[in-house]
Design a binder for this molecule. Structure first.
Ligand SMILES: [Mg+2]
Length: 261
């Protein structure tokens, strides 16, 4: 076997005998600076956007209008890859475990409250065509999408929904959608596999202009007045879960695409 000093000598001879112009070409191949800079920028964006996502999911970010422009690709990857499905399943599993631990009263008053959009139904087909939350919300276009009644179920939420029903919970659907969207909403829920809810609560004329937190708190308070025990509440917005008359446990589903106060 050649010693390292003889290898070095051989290398030196080769280098000396290569013509200057050729050695320049061989030995000074410029590194692919653009590719490595792009990789670093992507890594920086991923780190920034992952921290941003953490901050909006925990509500540390407070009110926000649209996702940062540098995070569009990140949110797209999150929503369309396996991560969103995995996070949704983790939330559903913890929710069901809690539900299984509840001792039901047997009087039909044990209740669970679900939000609808990005909680039971996924509007991802709409948001895929509207920048994943990076463009200003277009109410007219979204209402047209709701009318189609084609939003698919979030699979983990459908499992949870059916699991809670089997356990004996009464299911209340409390949504920011308006009364004029009742038929389309019922059609969509049935189409995507949900059925046998106790009541579907939508915004009526007197709820117009009320913040979601206030509107949903008032509706939950009415259920409590009717004698229901609100054990669990599931929503993709903190405004689904906070305020007053809150459930014993609140379960926050992921949604890095939009914020509702
Ligand atoms: Mg929602």
């Amino acid at each position: 076997m050649a010693s390292s000093s003889s290898v070095r000598l051989l290398l030196l001879i080769v280098l000396v005998t290569i013509p200057a112009s050729l050695s320049h070409t061989i030995l000074q191949i410029p590194p692919n600076r653009h590719a490595s800079e792009d990789r670093k920028l992507r890594a920086d964006d991923n780190l920034f956007c992952d921290s941003w996502r953490f901050s909006v999911e925990t509500n540390d970010a407070g009110t926000w209008d649209s996702i940062p422009s540098r995070c569009v690709g990140f949110v797209q990857d999150y929503m369309t890859g396996s991560r969103y499905a995995s996070d949704s399943a983790a939330v559903a599993n913890f929710s069901l475990a809690f539900g299984q631990a509840v001792k039901l009263g047997g009087d039909g008053k044990d209740a669970w409250v679900f939000d609808i959009d990005e909680t039971l139904l996924s509007n991802l087909p709409y948001y895929e065509a509207h920048g994943f939350g990076s463009v200003t919300f277009d109410e007219e276009a979204f209402d047209e999408w709701v009318d189609l009644a084609e939003a698919p179920a979030i699979p983990a939420s459908l499992n949870l929904y059916k699991g809670l029903q089997r356990l004996g919970f009464k299911i209340f659907l409390l949504t920011g959608r308006s009364e004029f969207q009742r038929n389309a909403t019922v059609k969509n829920l049935l189409y995507s596999g949900y059925s046998d809810w106790e009541r579907l609560l939508l915004r009526g004329p007197s709820d117009k202009g009320t913040l979601a937190t206030e509107y949903k708190s008032k509706k939950r308070a009415e259920l409590i007045t009717e004698g229901y025990r609100l054990h669990g509440s599931s929503g993709d917005q903190w405004s689904d879960l906070s305020g007053f008359a809150v459930a014993r446990r609140s379960f926050k589903l992921p949604n890095p695409m939009y914020y509702i106060a």
